[in-house]
Each structure stands twice: as C-alpha cells, then as structure tokens.
Design a protein around this ligand. Structure first.
Ligand code: SAH
Length: 356
C-alpha cells in the first residue's frame, strides 16, 4: 500500500496513467483530500466506482482512527487520541482561542529525548510518524471543524516526539501543510519546537522555510541542562544557541525559548539572572511553563511567589517573557499547555499567570 503524502501531483498522474485512468483525476483526488478533507475513497463522488476501488486497494486512506476525544470544561481545548494502522497511539490537541484554531501535532510515537519532566519520553521511543500520519492529524481536525464552518489556522509541532529527529517527514509535512494548492496554512503560522538537535536546526535554516522555531531551553546553563535533558550531553548549549541565532538571521524569524520551571532545580532568582545574561541582546521571547505534574515523577511545580520573582528578574533585564500556567485539568498533554498562553494573548498582556 502507498501513502497519499508520498504521491505528489506528478507521481499521482503517473500512477493514474499506469492504471489506464485519465490524468485530470490527480487534481480532483488531491483537492478531495487536502482541501475538502474527504478522508475516504467512497466520499469522492466525481470519481468512478472502479477508480475508487482501485485507489482503495493501492493507497491507504485514512491512516488515523479516532479512539477518544476529550474536551476541556471551557470547550477551548480538545484532545484527540488516534490509533495508527499498526495499533500505536498518538495525540493531537486543538486549541480554540478567538479566531485561532491551533493544532498541536505529534511527530513520533513516544520520544527519544526522555526529558526528566515530560510524559512523552517516559515509555521510550517507538517509531517516527510518516508524513501522512502527521498531516492527517490536521486534516481530520479540519474535517471535524468543518461542521462549524471553521478550519485550522495554526500548527505547532509540540506534541509527542522530537520533530528534528524525524527531520524528513516533518519537513515534508510542513511543505504539504503550507502548499497554497493543498492545505494552505501559512508557514508563519507553523511552529517547530525542538529539544536542541544542532544539525537539525542548521539544516532547517537552509530549507527556505519561514516557520517559527522554538527551543526547549529549560536551564540557564549547560550544567543544569544536562541534568534534566539527556540530549544536552550530546549537544552543548553554546552550539545550540549559535545554531538558533543562525536560524534567526537566515529566516528573519524571532526565536522563542521554552523554560519549564521546576521547583528547586531551575527556578531560583540566580537562575533567572543567569538566563537573562545568557539571552542578552537576542531578539527573543522566553515562554515560562510551570511544571505540569506527570504521574510517577517526583518533580514539583514552583510556588507562585517563586514564579513571580523569576519573572521580575527577567523583566528587570528586559527579557520579554510570557507564562503559561496550567490548572492540571484532564488535558495536560505537553501541547495542552498552549491553551492558556493563547488565552492570555487574547486578553492582552500575558503578564500574570492564569488563575492568579
Ligand atoms: N521535543 C520537542 C517538542 C515536544 S515537548 C521539544 O522538546 O521541544 C514541547 C514542550 O512541552 C516542551 O518545551 C516542554 O516545555 C513542554 N513540556 C513537556 N512536559 C511538560 C511538563 N510536564 N510540564 C511543563 N511543560 C512540559
């Protein structure tokens, strides 16, 4: 069986010709899948039954099956649990905020990064998602939103997995998502978040893409970073920051640094001073995320007072920063945390932690 994301227009034309079919069906098929979010061959009403049967035999569609949909009480966050054809499970989160419809996609089953505070890597890494399995998360949610006459406006690669460790599939999915003839989501509305894979960041800056890049920094120095992020041993902080600067220069995009605040580990005012020093002069934003408890981990979220203090040091050093604060409701996947950030953005200044 073939993957539809691997069949671009030319390939599809060739495939159709080989089947003795007319080439104009290629445009129809791509339109059905990527623009009309029709994710079954039977639904493509302007194709003959014979062609639809042939397509069903050769090309997998759909590749995701919805297992569970969980909505937050305020109906702003929806978590989709999908089963892949091999039985693996992955998640996507839809965050509705004002007119924004942001989908947080997974790029791998499990995660090789195994950061100390993150649920995704706890069970290890299983496999990379294929481009089809990444974009179908967006297509399925587009289909779900179509009933309300809405569509996905933003995509963030912040779900399960390390996107730059599944480089080719992630790039391919970005190209399909941003292709004006396909899903048509502007690259400026697409964000890739990385734990700091230096060769991946460097390569990304040569792709000619205008996507936003976020670094999961989480520490003001290499010493602390190594304690909570196993990949830090392979990629020194200095090399990562240089690669990020290069990305910013080449793409003219601002950089965002994520910093998960962990009580007693990286939340002291001295750490804030060190962080401010580290980022001095950079055109960037720091997103602080108070640790969201993960079952089985003995880490702690800092007290509100400590978070305020940390932020005031950053403000004092003119480091632009926001704080996402989760209430630990049922939607606690890594990307679920975006919900509050979006809410704060909507309400104007994202200065105070929600719930305060
Ligand atoms: N591997 C990529 C993308 C997935 S993680 C990366 O490392 O960036 C995306 C973000 O989720 C991370 O920046 C981290 O800040 C956040 N995150 C994961 N688990 C968390 C937790 N338990 N509490 C707070 N933030 C968490």
């Amino acid at each position: 069986m073939l993957d539809y994301a691997d069949l671009d227009y030319e390939n599809l034309v060739q495939w159709l010709k080989a089947q003795g079919e007319k080439e104009f069906h290629a445009k129809q098929i791509l339109g059905w899948i990527f623009q009309k979010n029709v994710l079954s061959w039977e639904g493509m009403s302007n194709l003959s039954k014979e062609l639809r049967e042939k397509l069903a035999q050769y090309i997998r569609l759909p590749v995701l099956e919805l297992v569970k949909l969980t909505e937050s009480q305020d109906l702003e966050t929806y978590k989709f649990l999908w089963r892949l054809k091999d039985g693996s499970l992955v998640e996507s989160v839809l965050i509705c905020s004002g007119t924004r419809r942001t989908v947080c996609v997974s790029s791998q089953v499990g995660c090789p990064a195994r950061c100390a505070f993150c649920a995704s890597g706890q069970q290890g890494f299983f496999r990379n998602l294929r481009p089809t399995e990444i974009i179908e998360q967006v297509l399925q949610i587009n289909k779900w939103l179509a009933d309300k006459e809405e569509k996905v406006s933003h995509v963030v690669y912040m779900g399960m997995g390390e996107p730059l460790k599944n480089y080719d599939s992630v790039i391919k999915s970005i190209r399909l998502l941003s292709d004006p003839n396909l899903v048509n989501i502007s690259q400026r509305r697409i964000t890739v978040s990385t734990v700091g894979i230096v060769e991946g960041i460097k390569r990304l800056s040569t792709e000619g893409l205008k996507v936003n890049l976020v670094l999961s920094l989480h520490a003001p120095n290499q010493h602390i970073r190594k304690k909570i992020i196993p990949y830090a041993r392979k990629y020194p902080l200095e090399d990562i920051l240089n690669a990020m600067d290069e990305y910013a220069q080449k793409t003219k995009r601002d950089i965002t640094y994520e910093y998960t605040l962990l009580a007693g580990i990286n939340d002291h005012p001295d750490h804030a001073h060190e962080l401010a020093h580290l980022l001095k002069g950079k055109q960037c934003t720091v997103n602080l995320i108070p640790y969201n408890p993960v079952a089985g981990l003995r880490l702690k979220r800092p007290e509100k007072k400590a978070i305020k203090q940390f932020r005031s040091v950053l403000f004092g050093s003119r480091i632009v920063n926001t704080c996402r604060y989760t209430k630990g409701d049922d939607i606690s996947a890594a990307c679920g945390q975006l919900a509050l950030q979006e809410k704060q953005e909507k309400s104007g200044l994202p200065m105070l932690a929600a719930g305060e």
